[in-house]
Design a protein around this ligand. Sequence first.
Ligand SMILES: [Zn+2]
Length: 460
Amino acid sequence: MTGYSVLSGGTVVSSTTTVRGDVLVKDGKIAAVGEFGDLPLDGVERVDVGGMLLVPGGVDVHTHIDSPMMGTVTADDFESATIAAAVGGTTTVVDFAMQPKGNGLLESLEAHHAKARGKAVVDYGFHMCITDLYPGAVGEFGEIVQSGVSSFKVFMAYRGTLMLDDGQMFDVLRQARHTGGQVCVHAENGDVIDRLAADLVAAGKTGPEYHEVARPPSTEVEAVRRAIRIARMADAPLYFVHLSTEGAVEAVAEAQSRDWAIAGETCTHYLTLGREFYDRPGFEPAKVVLTPPLRTQEHRDALWRGLRAGSLGVVSSDHCPFCLEEKRRLGEHDFRLVPNGGPGVEHRMLVLYGEGVARGRISLTKFVDLTATTPARQFGLTGKGQLAPGFDADIVVLDPQGSTTISAATQRQRMDYTPYEGWTVPGAVKAVYSRGELICRDGVFVGSAGRGRFVERAAL
Ligand SMILES: [Zn+2]
């Protein structure tokens, strides 16, 4: 779209209000939001969106695209993952740039840039994932933040491959604060989990269903509480990725009540899928060998409460796709070797709309807040996450009367399964605009590879 265009007659949803109105777009940005449907706007392209909801394009701040992990590489590259994101109504992803052990941070970041360039179809940013805090590594933080990568990720689990110890995490937190960066943490007590997992395998319990048994809720809660204390020692803000338990929500809420800069996200699957998945026969449970594991209803209820209360501010996908065949190849005889992760970037918006808004668990404005506005604000995406003048015209036209059936046979994620197989959820993505350009129409991707831009994110 060049010049002016107007989406007219829809319902414009923000994180605080729902109003009937039109959205005027010029040169890829939102020029105005209001009621100008009847004004004689010469030369303006009009798109009738009567009966539709207009929501900000989704911002998914937790994806692992084309990423080396657990002896393999995630199944989607930047083209397939971002096409999947786009058809599902997500127009920005912030992906984890993994540091392979032995490689420098800056060179790892550059390698990830190269993977996205020419392929991404929606805008993207990166978090810098730190797995090896070699001498001098923290000295590179300033340059990384200045390059628009204003967040770092550390793991408290997976000793020997990804995990940092408490002292290293303290170091990362302290230096991140000095450079205006934010730290994201995967909080699980890795050493206890490794012990529990070794005991299970020694007892002959090697199937994928034991993944969950090895990672009880207490291993998350302990790590969350410890990480909060370490962040306080470093006087640094901290963001928890993929929280799954009631105890974690409570710990985060308690920290926030003291006015500490602690933030938390949960993911679509922790809200909508239960641990019963691990009771399925054969190798089926491997589909949800992801970390942390799925939990009981009690925890899911607490996560929804945390979203409503505001202690959890973001719902991400943790899109970390490994095909079932690949999981079987690596981990058929030992659940510890099943690559941890599952697909999700394509269905985050609609599953949360269906299970959240349509079922009355969250409001429409809360849905926008959790999927776009707060993730954009939390991670310094200053032009994203709102339908307001000056913001990028990343717009999803959502049909609340429609419905969408999810299946591996029709999804765009490069995967041989989806944990939501056969689900029909209320709501349908009718059209998706990225910087004013129509990139999806009625579920069909109509954009082009390489049109997505790297977005430099603001420092704290
Ligand atoms: Zn992840």
